[in-house]
Structure formats: structure tokens, C-alpha cells
Design a protein around this ligand. Structure first.
Ligand SMILES: NC(=O)c1ccc[n+]([C@@H]2O[C@H](COP(=O)([O-])OP(=O)(O)OC[C@H]3O[C@@H](n4cnc5c(N)ncnc54)[C@H](OP(=O)(O)O)[C@@H]3O)[C@@H](O)[C@H]2O)c1
Length: 239
């Protein structure tokens, strides 16, 4: 039985990860801002679920909450940094972008630091980052979101190198997800190859358990990733 902490567990991918891991018999520590959703999920999962309401951008409180959860769960083996937001329609453009960067990049980096230090002290563990196919793209319609996922990808590579250099048994797993049906994508247009969340998370769990460095979800996105990596910079500058 492992102990897995998941940020952004109140809906979509995080919620489904919690359900699938609990079904395998693992303990799941669930984090999000919506307390009632966390309580509902705890009622559904039962005693394997441990919940805490937290805004991951509050770094000081996050440290306390992560430690509380770890103590309550008797340790942590995997930390899934999944919390993220897309475009916030109600805010003026710059406020929306700075909020997105704060959640998707800064709070991600904070979680990654926390987990890395904890696992180094403990002697091993796994950090899973919810990146995206966007980490390989450049998109003027969603520059902040795309950049936030590039950040996650580059940051995780740095931590993977660091783990290797200091010979720490820490696996750094980046999930490059394509489109998945969740609350984040429910009003999005122009999507293709959209996967149901249950199927996408089943593939994520498989890859995480195999301790992969990169997981493409669903699998066919690996093909597109290969094509995208061949696109020269001058083409991106003309799109
Ligand atoms: N759906 C896709 O097609 C897709 C594709 C690639 C990557 N992703 C990534 O997958 C991750 C999950 O997205 P999703 O599709 O499952 O969307 P979602 O259903 O909207 O879930 C987002 C989760 O993040 C949490 N969250 C947002 N801001 C937070 C904050 N400040 N503090 C704590 N938790 C916060 C939300 O919880 P609260 O609102 O309760 O705080 C929610 O549980 C995101 O990082 C997203 O970028 C999604």
C-alpha cells in the first residue's frame, strides 16, 4: 500500500486519479480549494482518503498542509502535482494571465521543491507533474498556458538531472496529456482526439507505476509529439 498525495483532486484528472489509486488499495491524500467536493470524494472512497482544503498558491500554508497529510498518512511515496487552471474568463487579461502563472508554474515549482526535499531525506520517491502536449507547442491564443506547461517540462528535467547527480532514488515523471474531457475543457473549441477521463487516467496510472520519465496520454499523442518536435522555429514564428 502506497501513500499518494494529489493536488487538484476535486475534479477531472485529479479526482479520477484518486478513485483509481484508492481502488488499487493505495492511500490517497487529496488537495483542492472546494471543501465540499473533497468531502464528497472522501465519502465515496472511504478510509483510504485523507483530505485537506488548500489553495496551492499559499506556499506557507501548503508546507504545513503537506506535512500534516504526510504525518496522517504515515509517509508519502508519490506526489502528483496536478492542480492547474486554464483561461479565467471573468478577469481582465493581465490578471487572468498572472493568476494562471501563479497556479500552474509558481505553485507547481513550490510543490516540486517540497516533494524533492522530502524524498531526498526519506531516501526515495516519485514526483509526477501534470504537464501537457502544450509543453511542446507555441500558441498565441493561449501563450500563458502554453508557457506554464513549458515551464513544468523544463523544470522537471532540471530536477531529474539533479536527482541523478546526487544519486537520489527519485523518479521524475512528466505527463504530457492531450485533450481530456474535464471541467477545464467543457467549453473549449477546436479539440480533437479528446479522451474520456477514465481512459486517460488508466493510461497515466500505468505509466506512473512503471516509473516512466514521460507519459503521453492518450498514447497516440506521442506520434504528434514526434512531428511537432521536427517543426523549425521559423514556422512557429509565422503561425
Ligand atoms: N483536460 C485536459 O485536456 C488537460 C490536458 C493537458 C493537461 N491538463 C492539466 O491537467 C490538470 C488537471 O486539469 P483538469 O483537466 O482535470 O481540470 P479541472 O477538472 O478543472 O481540475 C483542476 C483541478 O485543479 C485544482 N486547482 C486549481 N487551482 C487550484 C489552487 N489554486 N489550489 C489548489 N487546487 C487548485 C481544482 O480544484 P479547486 O478548484 O477545488 O481548487 C481542480 O481540482 C491541469 O494541470 C491541466 O493543465 C489537462
Amino acid at each position: 500500500m502506497r501513500s499518494i498525495i494529489i493536488t487538484g483532486a476535486t475534479s477531472g484528472i485529479g479526482r479520477e486519479l484518486a478513485i483509481q489509486y484508492a481502488a488499487k488499495g493505495d492511500k490517497v491524500g487529496l488537495i483542492g480549494r472546494r471543501t465540499e467536493r473533497l468531502e464528497e470524494l472522501k465519502a465515496e472512497i472511504g478510509e483510504l482518503a485523507y483530505v485537506r482544503t488548500l489553495d496551492v498558491t499559499d506556499h506557507e500554508r501548503a508546507e504545513v498542509v503537506y506535512r500534516e497529510l504526510i504525518d496522517e498518512m504515515g509517509g508519502m511515496d508519490v506526489m502528483v502535482l496536478n492542480a492547474g487552471i486554464g483561461r479565467i474568463q471573468m478577469l481582465p487579461p493581465w490578471r487572468a494571465e498572472s493568476k494562471l502563472i501563479e497556479v500552474n508554474s509558481l505553485a507547481f515549482a513550490h510543490g516540486c521543491h517540497f516533494a524533492f526535499d522530502y524524498f531526498r531525506e526519506k531516501g526515495g520517491g516519485q514526483i509526477v507533474g501534470m504537464s501537457s502536449m502544450a509543453s511542446l507547442l507555441y500558441n498565441h491564443r493561449a501563450a500563458a498556458y502554453t508557457a506554464s506547461k513549458h515551464f513544468i517540462s523544463v523544470y522537471m528535467t532540471g530536477f531529474r538531472q539533479k536527482a541523478r547527480r546526487i544519486e537520489a532514488d527519485i523518479t521524475i515523471t512528466e505527463i504530457r496529456a492531450g485533450y481530456i474531457w474535464t471541467e477545464m475543457t467543457e467549453r473549449a473549441k477546436g479539440m480533437f482526439w479528446v479522451a474520456p477521463v477514465e481512459k486517460a487516467v488508466r493510461q497515466m496510472v500505468k505509466g506512473i507505476d512503471k516509473k516512466k520519465n514521460y507519459i503521453y496520454v492518450t498514447k497516440r499523442w506521442r506520434l504528434l509529439a514526434w512531428v511537432v518536435k521536427c517543426i523549425p522555429e521559423w514556422v512557429w514564428n509565422r503561425i
